[in-house]
Ligand binder design. Structure first.
Ligand code: PMP
Ligand code: GLU
Length: 396
């Protein structure tokens, strides 16, 4: 039988982060000593106080469908969190809980985009943004940034990218993959541009909010009263609470967008996992200081990896202010031959490092930047040290 798949799926890229993680897992299972620095996933266990809340929920017989947009007391906890951490005042109809921030983003794209609507994505951006936009028949408009501006889009670049078809602007801060953080003043400057274009909805992905190393304070686009009604604030528990597999994300949004996401989700997945939702109430209501030990560890590892990277010729990195990735420029190797293998782009180098150094990274091209590779430092100090030594050897 011929290929009966939809064009939609035939044209869809495989998630580069998940593909590399799967490849690393396969090689490991085949007996190779792979160090996996491809997946953005804390290497900590979910804290006990959160696990206990989940166990309690099982014993309390939370086993039925939850409301599609999440339990009311979870949505209240999210409202409390938004007020406490972000000075944002949302009401219940503005909150939707989903199966991971990935589904939150997917819902928003499906809810807001018509065929041909343009979505501005400052590059580099998180891998799934462009394909989530394309699945909704939107058109990603990539705005190239460079290490000189710490990979941040300037107001002038935003202005130049806007056309009559622009419907949305999506970005993450702290950014996956660069760790860059937009300060409040920088967000205000972007908001000033958006004032002239009232049709543009902003998606502010703040999933790395708490993984912040204290250089630039976290700020939300929705903090500005003139942006609140046109911003969707996306967040989740995967990263800061070491809960990647629990699959809970959420949005605070204009009520009409939240209603649309709720309607959509009701036809696709229904409410998110009920046990995980109960545990997230505890995760969000407990003081943020309870997860600081993980952030402190990430900070130490950041210092370690930045120091080791400086020692690898041809790897040029900015200093990430948040999240747990470094995104070094490796273009010095393009056009060169390493151990008989020609390196032409970030994918070639990333594959070379996997095969020669047994270190899994992710090529920058899937993040919209072909000069860099992404290395996650959510790994032990020993793994980071060994991985950097192997990379150094493989490229020298
Ligand atoms: N946004 C960004 C920037 C991410 O790095 C991720 C990675 N998981 C997500 C959203 C999706 O998060 P979740 O695991 O909650 O779906
Ligand atoms: N967001 C993480 C990453 O960028 C997890 C994998 C994924 O969902 O893409 O590696």
């Amino acid at each position: 039988m011929s290929n009966q798949l939809s064009e939609r799926v035939n044209n869809l890229a495989i998630s580069a982060t998940l593909e590399m993680a799967a490849k690393a897992r396969e090689l490991k299972a085949a007996g190779k000593d792979i160090i996996g620095l491809s997946l953005g996933e804390p290497d900590f266990n979910t804290p006990d106080y959160i696990k206990e809340a989940a166990i309690q929920a099982v014993n309390d017989n939370y086993n039925s469908y939850s409301p599609v947009d999440g339990y009311v007391d979870l949505k209240e906890a999210i409202i409390t969190k938004f007020k406490r951490d972000n000075k944002l005042t949302y009401t219940l109809p503005q909150i939707v809980v989903s199966t991971g921030a990935k589904q939150s983003l997917y819902n928003v794209a499906q809810a807001c985009l018509n065929k041909g609507d343009e979505v501005i994505l400052p590059c580099p951006y998180w891998v799934s943004y462009s394909d989530i936009v394309k699945l909704a028949e939107g058109v990603p408009v990539e705005v190239e940034t460079s290490m000189d501006t710490n990979f941040k889009m300037t107001p002038e670049q935003l202005e130049a990218a806007i056309t009559p078809k622009t419907k949305m602007l999506w970005y993450s801060s702290p950014c996956n993959p660069t760790g860059s953080i937009y300060s409040k003043a920088e967000l205000r400057a972007l908001a000033d541009v958006l004032q002239k274009h009232p049709q543009i909805v902003v998606v502010s992905d703040e999933i790395y909010e708490h993984i912040n190393y204290g250089v630039t304070a976290h700020a939300s686009m929705a903090e500005f009263p003139d942006m609140f009604d046109r911003t969707v604030t996306v967040n989740g528990v995967a990263k800061a609470f070491a809960m990647t597999g629990w699959r809970i994300g959420y949005i605070g949004a204009p009520a009409y967008i939240a209603r649309a996401c709720n309607k959509l989700q009701g036809q696709v997945t229904s409410g998110a996992n009920c046990i995980a939702q109960r545990a997230v109430i505890t995760a969000l209501l407990e003081p943020v200081s309870r997860i600081q030990y993980m952030v402190d560890k990430f900070k130490e590892r950041r210092k370690l990896i930045l120091g080791l990277l400086q020692d690898i010729p041809g790897f040029k990195s900015n200093e990430p202010e948040g999240a747990f990735y470094v995104f070094p420029d490796v273009s010095a190797y393009f056009g060169k031959t390493l151990n008989g293998i020609k390196i032409n782009n970030s994918s070639d180098l990333s594959m070379y490092l996997l095969e020669t150094a047994n270190v899994a990274t992710v090529a920058g091209d899937s993040f919209g930047n072909n000069n860099c590779i992404r290395i996650s430092y959510a790994a032990s100090e020993a793994q980071i040290t060994e991985a950097m030594a192997r990379i150094k050897k493989a490229v020298s």
